[in-house]
Design a protein around this ligand. Structure first.
Ligand code: AFP
Length: 280
């Protein structure tokens, strides 16, 4: 496990360099979700594949940018699912972006996740790793320095509602509006990593990416984005559920690129989601 975290740190430093130096042009390819890939997406994917491939304990890697998982060591134990550069459409306006990693055993189902991590490329590069607890590190010169353990309060102040409002279901609109009526503040950049990082670091709140009337299964991918963050939120003392009130970590992976409606927050906000979605 330590060597996987070390490989994530090496990848993070290389990706940060690529963000600073790479031209922001599109590659001639689309990813498996049909989204056009930036050269930077392709390069970040290549960097992570290169670093993870050096590790004998990894059996399989699966990337959001590749259509299928790749077996790298038949005798390896771990499966790593990753989104190399989440929110990459925000790079050209210089907002924060991130890399997300889920470390699994046996299969990519939520229950088999045993650790997860993400990197935020912002004004500073930060790394958050969740094993038994959730720890935050900052990159200074060439080293990731421990900053703090992340623990959520029971109730936060931030509301990060994703997806196109025109397509929200009425009960979802009511949920979002009720939090604003309670005094919650809007904090949504369109990058899952910085948006969730903000909620984790400020002690709580709600990030929602619901199913909508044009995309009933939402947009965010289970293996690469949803399960890793669900693990982090639970370990930090919060909760992470779908639109049926089921823990996200109880969901199966299904197709490797399957999506799911998802809600991440502290206990109070997740109770609100259950209330508003109860009769949906
Ligand atoms: P991109 O990688 O295409 O920028 O998408 C980012 C993302 O997958 C995730 O990071 C955001 O939370 C979500 O999409 C934002 O989607 P909406 O703009 O539909 O709210």
């Amino acid at each position: 496990m330590t060597e996987i975290i070390e490989a994530i740190k090496k990848s993070a430093k290389r990706i940060q360099k690529a963000i600073n130096e790479e031209e922001l042009t599109y590659a001639q390819s689309c990813n498996s979700s049909g989204e056009q890939q930036l050269k930077l997406d392709v390069q970040s994917d290549m960097i992570i594949e290169e670093e993870l491939s050096k590790i004998a304990s990894i059996k399989t890697i699966a990337s959001e940018e590749k259509s299928d998982p790749i077996t790298i060591n038949e005798n390896g134990t771990y499966l790593v699912g990753y989104d190399p550069l989440d929110g990459s459409s925000l790079v050209d306006v210089n907002l924060s972006v991130g890399s997300i990693f889920g470390i699994y055993e046996k299969s990519f189902d939520g229950k088999n996740l045993i650790a997860s991590a993400y990197v935020v490329y912002g004004p500073r590069v930060e790394l958050v790793v969740a094993g038994v607890k959730v720890e935050r590190f900052v990159l200074q010169e060439d080293n990731f320095i421990f900053m703090q353990e992340i623990c959520l309060k029971d109730k936060g102040k931030l509301n990060a509602p994703g997806a196109t409002q025109k397509h929200w279901y009425p009960h979802h609109k009511e949920l979002v509006e009720s939090l604003f009526q309670e005094g919650y503040r809007l904090r949504y950049s369109g990058g899952m990593v910085p948006d969730l990082h903000q909620i984790l670091c400020k002690g709580g709140g709600l990030f929602s990416y619901p199913g909508t009337n044009d995309k009933p299964e939402g947009k965010l991918r289970r293996v690469f984005e949803v399960f890793p963050f669900a693990y982090i939120f639970e370990k930090a003392g919060g909760e992470a559920i779908n639109d049926k009130g089921v823990r996200l970590l109880e969901l199966e992976c299904g197709n490797i690129h399957a999506t799911t409606p998802c809600f991440f927050g502290s206990k109070y906000e997740i109770e609100k989601v259950r209330e508003f979605y109860a009769n949906a």
